[in-house]
Every structure is written in structure tokens, then in C-alpha cells.
Ligand binder design. Structure first.
Ligand SMILES: *[C@@H]1O[C@H](CO)[C@@H](O)[C@H](O)[C@H]1NC(C)=O
Ligand SMILES: *[C@@H]1O[C@H](CO)[C@@H](O)[C@H](O)[C@H]1NC(C)=O
Ligand SMILES: *[C@@H]1O[C@H](CO)[C@@H](O)[C@H](O)[C@H]1NC(C)=O
Length: 563
């Protein structure tokens, strides 16, 4: 067996870890919204930590069925910590009977994919003679057996890779995007899956775009689509994406969506974010400045909806997991910091290690895929924690604590800074999983960094001791220059003190500041001259990025600290 399948744990165990004991309820999930949170029937937050899994390409066969048994794929979704899948489909599957009644075998053979058909015969023999719509249902059921929630996403009209401005699928009225057909398709799909307990939401349409796009038609048709879905399945969340490839929901600042079921708490908005929309900036400009700008832009194009009392689902974001793409290496920790700051619901793009057929290429690799080409194991174990760090809710109803505290989140590793566990009286810090974080008190834009239980351990505040030296907790002169931390760059993620030159501040653009950093061992927290603060587009600041994230989640006691 592959290493990946050995790691598959019992789903209940994982649900206990990730949903804090909701196991017995997980079979039939009805979600609704409570201000910006998505909650279950008990009013407890359910954070969507999803992964995208496509079924919208030409054959309309869920990717991967030719590579691994569906139960094994669903098991990997769970073992990797995702609680949900955003499962894509073309509207034609719900409106074109001659398509939906094709069998998996017929559709694959019609696209010259005999090898994939052979793979399905080996891995998922029961699927070969299912119709395409039955096959999609069987995938949903396989996820349900593992208590994985599903959001059905209408990705395109006609099957095929998405998206282009002029592919006829971009906006209402385009060649293959007749609004009435679309509304019928959504209603059919919602009806077909209304009784399937793990289908928790319907995403109305992926990445609207192109020359026809405009807010007026958006309101007209998205509201109609929403009503059709809600009428057919009143249990489901109704998820609306924006314009310009789901980059832009800013028009909602001026005008609310009007739907008859507004009071039912079912409306969620979705937004996308990739490095390639600012590719040149990420590649050539200073990463702090690009990150600061991109984060402000995120707030403008969708983030503001949270403060308006709507959940915002970051339903596509991702990165080349081989670590070879400069723009993605800079973008991903920035986006992860924003996702952690707002504790967003999200769906990573993507699960698939490869495609049966994409853009005319058979067996195309997906370098963003969490699974490798063969769908048998994670593509890159090293970077998984960066994604997994975002899976755990850190705020919201049902997660304990009244008193907010600060976490020192290190988005590059997906870990958090906490007091070393080795000795009870340890005065230095190390990176630990964020579920084992310490609770810090910090008042932006400039204050001491104090352990919330500081008086108990007699270690009030964090201090810089010099270049390359560990940042240390102690009682000495709290609030002097070396223990007054401020957020020193545009990204808001350089956590810095002013240091006398003798302490090794100095440096070219560091302006005498020392910043929190990760030591050469990759684990200890030290201070070093602040790097790449501004201007320079050739250096990488990500190692010094610490996002001060507010949490209200009960702090877990780390095993070693208990001993
Ligand atoms: C319906 O699907 C069939 C099979 O893929 C296809 O040949 C036909 O063109 C489709 N009809 C429409 C109206 O798109
Ligand atoms: C995994 O990601 C790391 C960090 O980006 C990179 O250095 C490494 O080469 C990647 N490994 C594989 C197998 O792609
Ligand atoms: C935190 O999560 C890790 C897995 O990432 C787990 O091994 C550990 O037991 C968890 N710690 C606590 C205190 O729950």
C-alpha cells in the first residue's frame, strides 16, 4: 500500500479532531448562516475546508476514477484534513439527456480515452456502466460514506476546461449560456441531490466573465438561479460568485442581493484568488508591497462582505506545489495570512494530481494538485502543512473562549510560535502546530508581546536579544525599545523592534530594526535584521512573515507542557 493510504484514519476520529465531536451529527448536515459564519443546526460553526475536484471536463467523468478506487480517493481527502469537496459539473449534465444518459464507458471511448476506461475497469469497475449522472451521484455518495460534505459547483455550460473570455460560457447570453437553460439546469441538479445528506451547498456559477458581463444582469439572473435552487432544495447553502473570473464582488457594496429566502440564512458569496492575476507584480516587485496591496484589494473586491454579515468562501486559491514558481511562492503565504486573519471558509485548487483529458492533452499533470500524478499519495509532503494550517476554525460560535487572544502565525510553514515545550520554564520560542499555540496579548500597531498566562509563569514579555539570537521571554524592562514590537512593512507581517546598532540591527534597509525570524534549525524563533522591507523585488521576505491573528478558540494544552 502507498504511504498515503496507510495514513487514512477512521473518519470519526478525524471528525473529532476537526469538528470537535460532531461525529454523530455528520451524516445529515444542514448548514445555514449566522452573520458571517456558516453554522450547523446547533448553531456551532462549521468551517468549510474544502478541496476542488472536477467533473466538468469533456468526458464529464469525475477525474481520478481511472487512477484509484473512489473510496481511497475519498479517504485521502479525509486523511489530508479536508472536510468538504467543491465538486464541479457542466450544466449540460442537467439539461442534455443525451449527455447525462451516456455511460462512463461510452463517454470515455467517445473521447478516445480507452486507457482511462481501462483504469476505471480496474479501480472502479462498478462505475463503467453507470450513466454520467449516476456516476456523479456515486462519487457524492462515496464522499458521504466518509462524512465529507459536498458543494456542487456549476463550473461551465458545455463540458470542457474553464475559462476564457470568448469561450461562449462566460456570461448570461453567451453562445452556450442561455439563462433559461441554466436556471432549469440548476433546478434539476438541486432536485436530483435534494435528498443526498452530504450535499450542503450549490454554487450557482463559476467565474462569470467576458465582454457581456455587467452587474445588472448579474442581479437579474443570479437571483433567479438562487430562487430555483432554494425552491428545489431549501436545505442547501446558495453560493454566488462575482464578475471578472470571480475576482470582483465589489458591486455588492452598493446594492444588496434580493431573494425571497433572505431571512433563512442560506446565502454565501464566493471569491477566487491566484497569483497569476498579479503575475508581474509578484515576480518583479517587492513581495511585502505586493502582499499589502493584494490584501487591501482582496478586502475591496470581496472581503468587505464579512463585515456586512455574509460568509465569504474563498472557493479557489492555490499554488504550484513543486515550489518552482516564484510568484506562487510569494503569493501563497500572503493569501494564507489573509485567510487566517479572517478565518475564511475556503476550497483549495485542487485535489487532482492529473487529468484524463485537459485542453486536448491526455494524462496532463496538475502541479497545483495536492495528490501526485497517479493519485496515490500527496504530491509534496513538505508543503501540505501550509494548506492544513487553515483547516482548523480559530474563531466563531461553538469554539470556546470569550476572550480574544493573538496567535503568531507563520504562513510559510503553517506553524505558530509558542514557548518551547521542552521545559516548563522555557524562555525561548519555537514553531509548533497552531492547535498547540500559546495565547498572546498584543495591541497593534505597537505594543509588547505578552503571554496571556504571563503572571502564572512569571515571564511577562518577549524581547529581542540581538542578531541571530533567540527572542526571549523575561521580566526585564517590559516596554522598552527591545520589547516593543511593531508591524514594520506593507505586508503587516514583519514583527520588529528598534535595536541599537551594537545589537546587530543596522543592515541595509533594516533601519536598525530586528525582526522575528526562524532560526537555521527551521524551528527556533530568533531575531535578525529585517529583510526585504521595501523596494527590492529580488529578495524573499516570506521567512520573516508572522501574521498576528486573532483567535477566540480555547487554547489546547500541549502534551509536553502537561507532563
Ligand atoms: C447534448 O449532448 C450530446 C452528447 O454529448 C451532444 O452531441 C449534443 O450536441 C448536446 N446537445 C446540445 C444541445 O448541446
Ligand atoms: C516541495 O516543496 C518544497 C518547498 O516549496 C520544495 O523545496 C520541494 O522541492 C518540493 N518537493 C517536491 C517533490 O516537489
Ligand atoms: C495538534 O495537531 C497535531 C496534528 O497536526 C496532533 O498530532 C496533535 O496531537 C494536536 N495537539 C493537540 C493538543 O490537540
Amino acid at each position: 500500500m502507498s504511504p498515503a493510504s496507510r495514513r487514512i484514519a477512521h473518519p470519526c476520529l478525524l471528525l473529532v479532531l476537526f469538528l470537535a465531536g460532531y461525529c454523530e451529527r455528520a451524516a445529515a448536515v444542514t448548514l445555514s448562516t449566522s452573520s458571517r459564519w456558516i453554522v450547523d443546526q446547533a448553531g456551532h460553526r462549521v468551517k468549510l475546508a474544502c478541496v476542488n475536484w472536477p467533473s466538468h471536463l469533456e468526458p464529464v467523468v469525475t477525474e481520478g476514477l481511472g487512477r484509484q478506487p473512489v473510496g481511497a480517493i475519498a479517504g485521502m481527502v479525509v486523511s489530508l484534513g479536508f472536510n468538504c469537496v467543491r465538486l464541479t459539473y457542466p450544466i449540460a449534465l442537467a439539461t442534455n439527456a443525451s449527455l447525462s444518459s451516456l455511460t462512463v464507458r461510452q463517454s470515455l471511448m467517445a473521447h478516445g480515452l480507452a486507457e482511462t476506461a481501462g483504469g476505471v475497469e480496474v479501480n472502479n469497475p462498478g462505475f463503467l456502466d453507470l450513466t454520467l449522472i449516476e456516476s456523479l451521484k456515486a462519487v457524492v455518495n462515496a464522499l458521504g460514506e466518509k462524512d465529507v460534505m459536498v458543494i456542487l459547483d456549476n463550473h461551465v455550460s458545455s463540458p470542457g476546461w474553464c475559462c476564457g473570455n470568448d469561450d461562449g460560457n462566460g456570461f448570461f447570453g453567451d453562445r452556450d449560456f442561455e439563462p433559461d437553460v441554466w436556471v432549469d439546469g440548476l433546478a434539476n441538479m438541486a432536485t436530483t441531490f435534494a435528498d443526498v445528506p452530504n450535499v450542503v451547498g450549490m454554487s450557482l456559477r463559476n467565474e462569470l466573465r467576458g465582454p457581456r458581463q455587467n452587474p445588472d444582469d448579474w442581479y437579474t439572473y443570479m437571483q433567479r438561479g438562487a430562487e430555483a435552487v432554494h425552491a428545489a432544495n431549501p436545505r442547501a447553502l446558495v453560493i454566488m460568485g462575482g464578475l471578472s473570473y470571480d475576482y470582483d464582488l465589489s458591486f455588492l457594496a452598493a446594492r444588496q442581493v434580493g431573494v425571497s429566502f433572505a431571512a433563512k440564512g442560506k446565502l454565501v458569496f464566493e471569491v477566487h484568488w491566484y497569483s497569476f492575476s498579479d503575475a508581474r507584480a509578484w515576480e518583479t516587485e517587492n513581495a511585502n508591497e505586493v502582499c499589502g496591496r493584494a490584501a487591501r484589494d482582496f478586502a475591496r473586491r470581496g472581503g468587505f462582505l464579512i463585515a456586512r454579515g455574509f460568509p465569504l468562501f474563498l472557493s479557489e486559491f492555490g499554488a504550484d506545489l513543486r515550489g518552482r514558481d516564484l510568484k506562487d511562492n510569494r503569493f501563497f503565504p500572503c493569501a494564507a495570512a489573509v485567510a487566517a486573519e479572517h478565518d475564511l471558509d475556503w476550497a483549495y485548487w485542487a485535489l487532482q494530481g492529473s487529468y484524463a483529458l485537459r485542453q486536448g492533452v491526455t494524462g496532463m499533470d496538475e502541479v497545483y494538485g495536492v495528490l501526485d500524478w497517479s493519485w496515490s499519495k500527496p504530491r509534496n509532503e513538505t508543503v501540505l502543512p501550509r494548506i492544513q494550517a487553515l483547516q482548523r476554525p480559530i474563531q466563531g460560535p461553538g469554539y470556546g473562549e470569550a476572550l480574544p487572544y493573538t496567535m503568531l502565525f507563520h504562513p510559510l510553514t503553517g506553524l505558530c510560535a509558542a514557548r518551547c515545550a521542552a521545559a516548563a520554564a522555557a524562555t525561548t520560542l519555537e514553531l509548533v502546530p497552531c492547535n498547540e499555540t500559546d495565547a498572546w496579548a498584543y495591541a497593534p500597531p505597537s505594543s509588547t508581546l505578552v503571554l496571556r498566562d504571563a503572571t502564572a509563569v512569571g515571564l511577562p514579555c518577549l524581547r529581542a536579544e540581538g542578531r541571530g539570537q533567540p527572542a526571549r521571554l523575561g521580566v526585564k524592562a517590559c516596554g522598552d525599545a527591545l520589547s516593543t514590537w511593531r508591524l514594520a512593512s506593507d505586508s503587516g507581517m514583519h514583527v520588529a523592534v528598534d535595536a541599537a546598532p551594537g545589537l546587530g540591527g543596522g543592515g541595509d534597509d533594516a533601519g536598525g530594526m530586528l525582526c522575528l525570524d526562524v532560526g537555521a534549525d527551521g524551528r527556533s524563533i530568533v531575531t535578525n535584521p529585517c529583510a526585504c522591507l521595501r523596494g527590492d523585488g529580488t529578495c524573499d521576505p516570506e521567512r520573516q512573515w508572522f501574521k498576528l491573528v486573532t483567535s477566540t478558540r480555547r487554547v489546547a494544552h500541549r502534551p509536553a507542557a502537561l507532563a
